[in-house]
Design a protein. Structure first.
Length: 208
């Protein structure tokens, strides 16, 4: 069974700089693919396929509403004053115990289609990474053999260096949401290609 790890411990300083110091981007409202308005982190959790029954969310102890939403969507919560993405991944993999693999999901990417998530966890033998428009995106899936390397991560350095030591399978999807993270308030508004416009800064995120 693949375990989903949702990273939600970052402070979102760029968002706070524009929206206000007391504004948590994970709790900012946005409209999901189903037309329903929810907080960013809830949209992320809604998009997780039902087959991902093993779920961990990493966040800081002061985010009580994020913790409440995580538990409502079946996540076990790991409380961590994280020094960065690497530390969060390492702690969550260690806490999750035995798994067939791990799916690393960013808590500020609310527009990924569930079908893309389904595809990236299929046939997981090494590292599967979603790709769109020539760029790597999220989430990224790691097979069980990468457990020790993931637990060895530290600080703010993510898991992208592991790509150099693995057979990486690119999973091409027609889904701009795999590149779309909410760093600033204007990125809360999203329309895919079918809507005729794209608002936001789609950049190469892949585990930084």
């Amino acid at each position: 069974m693949v375990t989903a790890i949702v990273l939600a411990a970052g402070q979102g300083s760029r968002f706070r700089a524009e929206a206000g110091a007391d504004q948590d981007k994970l709790l900012a409202d946005c409209v999901g693919h189903d037309g329903v308005t929810r907080p960013v982190i809830e949209q992320v959790l809604v998009n997780l396929p039902d087959r991902l029954v093993a779920r961990w969310l990493v966040t800081s102890p002061d985010r009580t509403e994020v913790i409440r939403l995580a538990e409502a969507y079946g996540c076990q919560v790991l409380l961590l004053q994280s020094a960065g993405m690497g530390e969060s991944i390492a702690a969550a993999v260690a806490a999750s115990g035995t798994a067939d693999g791990w799916l690393v999901v960013l808590g500020d990417m609310p527009f990924i289609r569930p079908s893309s998530i389904e595809r990236v966890i299929e046939g997981l033998e090494s590292i599967n990474v979603l790709a769109h428009a020539g760029q790597y995106g999220h989430p990224v899936a790691f097979a069980r053999s990468f457990g020790p390397a993931l637990m060895a991560l530290s600080g703010d350095r993510g898991a992208k260096p592991l790509f150099a030591y693995a057979v990486v399978r690119e999973v091409q999807v027609d889904d701009p949401g795999v590149l779309w993270d909410v760093d600033i308030p204007r990125q809360l508004r999203y329309e895919d290609a079918s809507g005729g416009t794209t608002v936001g800064d789609c950049s190469d995120l892949a585990l930084r």
